[in-house]
Design a protein. Structure first.
Length: 557
């Protein structure tokens, strides 16, 4: 009967722990959604920046597995190269160690207090930000309570001779026991699919006095290897670079543990010397009150040391995983947004991916415009240039469709009101960009009407190119808000939009006046009017895009 009590108490504590971790993670993600999106968008080829991104994102979402899976997804989509991904993974390994420090606090002292404090904002505050912050605090309290319950469940095991005999080998202070503990930690983490949960269980076992300090640290080293299975599973069916990123994560942790294994007995002493209290101290009630902090420090120091050691060799690690994961396909085109089911991704990460694709869409439209201007400026009609412009327009159609479908799936996930507004803003931006591309393609098609001697020359031609450039400058002014996250000067944008509208009306009137004087053939009136209307529509859709960008970049109150 005692065994049954231990099992259901352990499962109950583990359930509360998991529930608390989810509450804490969801609350932090909602509060820091904009931060995550901007952090992800800041990734550069600088390896230190990539490590910083992985560190900060993991600290916020409290899961290195989620960060690593997200990174694999980015590589699969072509939004991140292999070297950047490895840097983010290094940072994620450091970031996940904050979980150990959180759960190493005296759980029996703060659990119920934090649950009570976290409950208050949800009950009395109408601010969504405060409600999510309260949810995070409540989650931390539940984590502490879950650990306290698990520690209580394990307590009887320290006096159970049968159980102690069964784990006696793992408790030994020799390399055989260390390796066995590392392998056991790896296996259990692969099964549970959460290194945070296994870290919590390990700390509960050690604090209860069931396992010694050195066994707990060995288990944690194994858990670092076991957590890599999540990314490897996520890379199944992905492109070759995504597979390489997942394997780089596994190789990094395996190599790090192998190096640490060589000095493991000394490592235990180093950690013990850095914290005043002795990890092996046993209180009168049989618990080890100081061991949790030692485990947290061992976890942090291992991941930090491994990152510092391997950071100069990111290129070599990338070359190694490239060699063991050869590209067997003839040609592999990066997917647009084929990152698996968006329902398994963080809303903030999904928004960052969609924003990256919107930027790509704008860049394609820029190339489309430059080609269109060159097409009109040439004296001779070039059908190949028109075909290329039409091809660009088809590409923007596809991007628009995939972004919209992707974001509609994202909207099915629980998210904050602010994130929901950002999703709607991105869908609107995609719509307006696609409309701009449509009118650029339409404007190019009007060039077909001037293949014969009917040409736009003189003042009308000069005015057309001036207006073409001014409209495009307006589009670029608005687009800067998307590309750089800048706050748009909406009064100035409104004034410029009205100015362009009046300019378009004036151009058509002037051209009709010139036709009445016999300067141009009457047949050019309709075409010239269509050309001006197309540019005016680009101006209108650019203005509508500005309002959506303003909502996208709005601060979270």
């Amino acid at each position: 009967m005692e065994a049954f009590t231990i099992i259901y108490t352990l499962l109950g504590g583990l359930g509360i722990f998991f529930f608390g971790m989810k509450f804490m993670s969801d609350g932090l993600q909602a509060v820091a959604g904009d931060v995550i999106r901007k952090i992800i968008n800041s990734i550069t080829s600088n390896r230190f920046m990539a490590v910083g991104v992985g560190l900060l994102v993991t600290c916020i979402i409290q899961s290195s597995s989620v960060t690593t899976v997200m990174t694999v997804g980015f590589v699969n989509a072509g939004l991140m190269n292999l070297t950047q991904a490895i840097g983010v993974i290094f940072g994620a390994n450091i970031g996940t160690t904050i979980t150990g420090w959180i759960i190493s606090i005296k759980v029996d002292k703060y659990g119920l207090l934090l649950v009570g404090l976290g409950f208050i904002p949800g009950l009395f505050s109408k601010s969504e930000k405060w409600q999510h912050l309260g949810k995070s605090i409540l989650g931390v309290g539940l984590v502490f309570m879950g650990l306290q319950i698990m520690s209580g469940a394990f307590a009887p095991l320290r006096d159970n001779q049968s159980f102690l005999d069964s784990i006696a080998y793992f408790s030994g202070e020799h390399y055989g026991a260390y390796i066995a503990s590392i392998l056991m930690g790896c296996l259990l983490t692969m099964i549970v699919q959460s290194s945070s949960a296994m870290l919590g269980i390990t700390m509960a076992l050690a604090t209860s006095g069931v396992i010694p300090y050195h066994t707990a640290v060995s288990l944690v080293l194994g858990e670092n290897i076991g957590t890599t299975i999540t990314a490897i599973l996520a890379s199944i069916g992905a492109n070759v670079n995504a597979k390489r990123a997942a394997r780089a994560h596994a190789c990094f942790n395996i190599f790090g543990v192998l190096i640490m294994l060589m000095i493991l007995p000394y490592y235990f002493d180093i950690i013990n010397s850095l914290i005043p209290q002795d990890a092996r101290f046993v209180a009168p009630d049989g618990t080890q009150p100081y061991v949790a902090q030692h485990i947290a420090l061992a976890h942090t120091l291992f991941n930090l040391s491994a990152t510092i050691l391997f950071l100069p060799f990111i290129g070599q690690l990338a070359a190694f995983v490239t060699k063991i994961t050869p590209d067997r396909s003839e040609k592999e085109v990066p997917h647009l947004l084929v990152l698996g089911d968006p329902m398994n991704m963080l809303p903030a990460a999904s928004l960052a991916q969609a924003e990256s694709e919107l930027k790509k869409m704008k860049e394609i439209i820029e190339r489309m415009y430059k080609l269109n201007r060159e097409f009109w400026a040439k004296d001779e009609y070039d059908p190949k240039m028109l075909a290329k412009i039409i091809d660009y327009e088809r590409i923007t159609d596809n991007i628009h469709k995939e972004i919209t479908v992707f974001l509609c799936y994202v909207m099915e996930k629980p998210m904050s009101h602010h994130q929901s507004e950002q999703v709607q803003a991105m869908i609107k931006i995609a719509d307006e960009l696609e409309s701009v591309a449509d009118y650029i393609e339409r404007l190019a098609s009007y060039r077909d009407r001037f293949k014969s001697n009917q040409k736009i020359e003189g003042e009308s031609r000069t005015e057309f190119f001036q207006f073409l450039d001014e409209v495009w400058n307006f589009f670029e002014l608005v687009g800067a808000g998307l590309m750089n996250g800048e706050v748009l000067d909406m009064p100035s944008i409104e004034a410029k939009s009205e100015e362009l509208q009046l300019w378009a009306d004036s151009m058509r009137e002037k051209h009709l006046d010139r036709i009445s004087k016999g300067t141009y053939l009457p047949v050019t009136a309709l075409t010239y009017s269509d050309m001006v209307v197309a540019l005016r529509k680009i101006r209108a859709h650019s203005f509508l895009m500005a309002t959506a960008i303003e909502n996208l970049n709005a601060k979270h109150d």
